[in-house]
Design a protein around this ligand. Sequence first.
Ligand SMILES: C[S@@+](CC[C@H](N)C(=O)[O-])C[C@H]1O[C@@H](n2cnc3c(N)ncnc32)[C@H](O)[C@@H]1O
Ligand code: SF4
Length: 396
Amino acid sequence: MRVDRHKAHWQPPKQSLAMYVHVPFCASRCVYCDFTISLNKHGGHQAYEEALSQELEYRLAQLPKGYYQSIHSVYFGGGTPSLMPARWFASVLERLNHAIPMAAHCEITLEANPNAVVDAPADYLAAGLNRVSIGTQSFNANELKALSRNHSAEDAIATVQAFQQAGFQRVSLDLMYGIPQQTVASWNHSLQHALALDVGHISLYGLQLETGTPLERLIQTGAPRYALPDEDTTADAYELAQETLANAGLPLYEISNASIIGEESRHNLTYWQWGHWLALGPGAHGHSQRLEGPVQTENADTVEAWQANPTGGLVKPVSSQEALENRLIFGLRTRWGIHVAQVAEASTLNEKLLLSRLNPLLKKHSTALRLEEGWLRLVPQYWATSNQVLQDVMGL
Ligand SMILES: C[S@@+](CC[C@H](N)C(=O)[O-])C[C@H]1O[C@@H](n2cnc3c(N)ncnc32)[C@H](O)[C@@H]1O
Ligand code: SF4
């Protein structure tokens, strides 16, 4: 099928696989975070490493023999993967490469926290990592304090520069908006600092106030240091980021991610295009091929439960309706949107039938959704308020 070249972007090659490895260790738990983590204690890594290696062998053995011909991305996310030594990454990558060859430009990402990088950045580079994503969150001391981050803005700057100086050409930063004490001016200060560091990729996370987190209780106390910005301020902050980053040459290519053209995260593009990825470690979710067809996998979401039985996660077949919904929902988060004929081809519908099902949605959301030259996309001005559109897509 023909997909217009000028609209095209990187797509995971057919029968190519990504891999996500969840590393749960953190030096402390941030007040807003409900990810699957465990505190980094002396001697705590061994049980994790053993369980992970057991799961890796098991997951590789479950794949249909010869089905995947290459690996295009490996993402070590957390938690704080930079608390693991470089040699551990080298051993995981070696094992993986032995089973399925890494593609020539395989993207291999390390998530790192300022003040929590145990080896020299050059050692991670030598171990095979070629991209780093640094959890910065804010460049304002009062905001970092309210988020209970255990680093300063200066620490974050030093960490970014250390990776750049060691030769990492692909560096990404995470920033959060909608956080306690934030104003549009303080957000702008963070954006300007991020841009001054000359990174190629920035992720923007709107604070999700998770139930049961310490931050939820702290906000309820009414203390000014935990006062959240109002909805208008948060919406203005998002708009400011869209504009500022685009002007600086890093347009948003997805609701929460901006990059220099060509620097998009291939790993995340795999998720948004509903490609295939193996997911290892506590709380990890994957999508891959098995002999019986495509499946989604879900690992136990506490470190203890996963470690007790690392091969015991859930495996659910993916129906063609679910696959279609996922392609639409994730694809619409990106600036390219979805190519209707391509999505129809990947599902059991023909293009005409898919279009007839999309038509009522196009009418209902006539300003937010656009169908142009075979591509259905969500107009970027509506990205901040896309939930209703995406919910309607679910019911398609
Ligand atoms: C799971 S964390 C791992 C990265 C690293 N441990 C860190 O915190 O810097 C990935 C990113 O998710 C974001 N995040 C975590 N909890 C969040 C929440 N409750 N709301 C919004 N973003 C969140 C943060 O920006 C963080 O950098
Ligand atoms: S460092 Fe990252 S993963 Fe760890 S608790 Fe904080 S936000 Fe969560």
